[in-house]
Design a protein around this ligand. Structure first.
Ligand code: F6R
Length: 639
């Protein structure tokens, strides 16, 4: 069900938007609409033309279409498809090709006639590209044009691979990829150098000719760009804004992707609000930042000049609101993340009993624990709680070949030196060395190399956890199977993964769980790891210890919760911050330039410090105490 609007709105939105609680619900809705259209055309004995996208956005739509085919007899015999784009150059059988993507996620599981499938060909000779593109465009027209076009949106605002600067009249053609888009694509390639610079894409005009367009945006990392696409002026620097000129485009977003929309972020600017405590807090923090005044200095005039007079009417005086919100924020601050023993805990984020808690800190990758909550981790250990850290995935795809090679060479030399070489091991090492020197073409590394990479990360994680004060028997490597594909495209999380997480929880019986609460990319490892924990908690909900278990979420490497969302703020002294940095330094394979740097050029320790310092700065600017840095958490309330 889509979320009903709590507010009466003045619309800033130039395209109709439906917001869903999660990407699954939204995707199922889209798949159902497509299925309905296919069936209607079948009844009329007609064909239907679908324009298809790749990337993470349509995956759950394809999953649902496959389910409808298998379980509800949806046939694709009358379906013609045209894919938006393909990298250039690209062999169809390469792991990163969109041909392979489409077959793996959709075509191999449905009854579409092979001759009905059209995907731009990444092997066309460069001199034939223009003619090929014209032919592609003509083909679409010959089939009567696209009935339903599925679109994702890139962080540059691209649709298809129409990057900023694309013309509204552009048709299918060869384009150069934006550097941000190439950066985002690194996750599918073995390294930055192998990401293609070019692609063949349908143009803006090709997309605009479609009769219906569904634009999807799932995850917090899409929040900024989707706001621009929906509320911004039409401009070629954000090609998705051209859709505002399309007569029948619908936008589907999940809650995290909708957070920047005016009606969600600052609903008081969009209309009348139903004020509850959370919304009041959000508005006051916003007002304080907007006026550059600490909360306790905000006046009636500040409120009324900034569209917040109806809030004053409900609370009588500005000062009443100010003090209420100030106290709420003040109470989030604690140096006792496991609860303060023998203290009145009525206004503290954590319970004081039991004084010594059993804690599991889940870390999706081997370094998220120290990056995201290194200082809190140390405090929990210092304050005598029984802390267990659980590394959920091996993180083995994020190690450079040169690092793996160095370790294998060490292993070889050392075993020679102590006279322990073995012919079988020698053979394996030789094979790996050959791979390192000839590598690059297909990028399919052996299980042994991947294992070595996993062990490198294990060693680093162990060093970081020990540095944070943990004993070895409290360090757990879960190596969840969903992650072990050797590629950035993972398997869906399943029973084996749940069992491993549940076993650890049954063993520890935690009072507190800390987990990465990233709601960014719904297919990203952090999100999948959180889903695994939530499922495990659900399945264990009848255990007596579960009734007394609190789940705290921390955010991943660079995002942070907004101030009004934070429920526990753990201050960090300058010395503790330095110590945290050293724990992050233990992750040597991720230093300088990790294989998957993401959207940010800073190293992980820099991102962590900037983010923790920024939270402290924001607290200070609101008129609260001044700290060097702060780590922030939000509690997950089980339903
Ligand atoms: C894919 C395509 C791109 C993606 C966009 C979003 O065929 O044309 O425009 O839709 O880059 O990618 P994801 O969905 O992976 O976030």
């Amino acid at each position: 069900m889509s979320i009903t609007l709590k507010y009466q709105l003045k619309s800033f939105e130039k395209l109709p938007v439906k917001i869903y609680a999660d990407s699954r619900e939204g995707s199922i809705h889209i798949a159902k609409s497509i299925a309905l259209a296919i069936r209607q055309k079948q009844q009329d004995g007609e064909k239907i033309v679908l324009g298809l996208a790749t990337g993470s956005s349509p995956i759950k739509v394809y999953d649902e279409l496959v389910r409808l085919h298998k379980e509800e007899q949806l046939s694709f015999k009358n379906v013609i498809t045209f894919n938006l784009d393909e990298y250039y150059p690209m062999r169809p059988e390469a792991p990163q090709s969109y041909v392979r993507f489409m077959h793996e996620y959709l075509f191999d599981h449905i009854d579409i006639p092979r001759e009905n499938i059209h995907i731009p060909d990444g092997t066309i000779a460069i001199e034939d590209i223009d003619a090929y593109c014209q032919q592609y465009e003509k083909r679409i027209d010959q089939y009567g044009g696209i009935d339903i076009q599925l679109l994702g949106i890139g962080r540059t605002g691209h649709i298809g691979f129409n990057e900023p600067g694309s013309w509204e009249s552009s048709l299918t053609r060869m384009v150069r990829l934006d550097s941000l888009t190439r950066m985002d694509a690194i996750k599918d390639f073995s390294n930055e150098e192998t990401v293609p610079y070019r692609a063949i894409t349908m143009g803006i005009a090709s997309i605009m000719k479609a009769r219906t367009v569904y634009l999807m945006a799932w995850g917090a990392h899409k929040a900024h760009i989707i706001k621009e696409a929906i509320e911004g002026e039409i401009t070629s620097s954000i090609p998705a804004t051209f859709l505002q000129n399309h007569p029948n485009t619908k936008v589907y977003a999940d809650t995290p992707a909708s957070t920047e929309l005016t009606r969600i972020k600052t609903p008081w600017l969009a209309g009348i609000c139903n004020w509850d405590e959370d919304l009041v807090c959000k508005a006051v923090v916003w007002l304080s930042q907007k006026t550059n005044k600490p909360i306790l200095k905000l006046t009636e005039e500040d409120y009324s000049e900034n569209h917040l007079s109806d809030m004053i009417i409900e609370y009588d005086f500005a000062y009443n609101i100010n003090i209420k919100v100030f106290n709420r924020l003040q109470h989030t601050i604690t140096g006792w993340p496991g609860g303060k023993p023998n203290a009145d805990d009525s206004n503290r984020p954590e319970r004081s009993v039991p004084a010594k808690k059993r804690v599991i800190l889940f870390s999706p990758h081997p370094d998220d624990d120290v990056i995201s909550m290194g200082a809190t981790f140390e405090r929990l250990v210092e304050q005598g709680h029984e802390v267990h850290v659980a590394y959920q995935t091996s993180g083995n795809i994020a190690v450079h070949d040169h690092d793996a090679r160095r370790f294998l060479e060490f292993f070889q030399e050392y075993s020679h030196a102590i006279g322990l070489e073995h012919p079988e091991t020698e053979k394996l090492i030789k094979k790996s060395m050959k791979f390192f020197t000839t590598k690059g073409k297909d990028g399919n590394e052996s299980d042994e190399i991947r294992m070595a990479k996993g062990f490198i990360r294990r060693g680093e994680a162990r060093a970081g956890a020990r540095f944070s004060g943990l004993k070895d028997d409290q360090i757990h490597f879960l190596d969840l199977p969903f992650y072990e594909t050797g590629r950035s495209r993972k398997k869906p999380i399943g029973e084996d993964d749940y069992r491993i997480i549940m076993d650890l929880m049954e063993q520890v019986k935690p009072h507190q769980i800390f987990a990465a609460g990233d709601l960014a990319d719904p297919h990203g490892t952090h999100r999948v790891c959180l889903d695994g924990i939530l499922e495990a908690c659900k399945r264990l909900s009848d255990r007596p210890w579960m009734k007394d278990c609190w789940l705290w979420l921390y955010r991943g490497a660079w995002h942070e919760y907004t101030i009004d969302e934070i429920e526990m703020a753990v201050p960090i002294s300058p010395k503790q911050l330095e110590h945290k940095r050293r724990a992050i330094f233990m992750h040597q394979s991720q230093k300088d330039r990790p294989p998957f740097p993401g959207e940010d050029n800073r190293e992980f320790w820099q991102r962590a410090e900037d983010r923790n310092r920024e939270t402290a700065r924001l607290y200070r600017s609101l008129g609260l105490a001044e700290y060097e840095a702060i780590e922030a958490f939000k509690r997950w309330h089980f339903k």
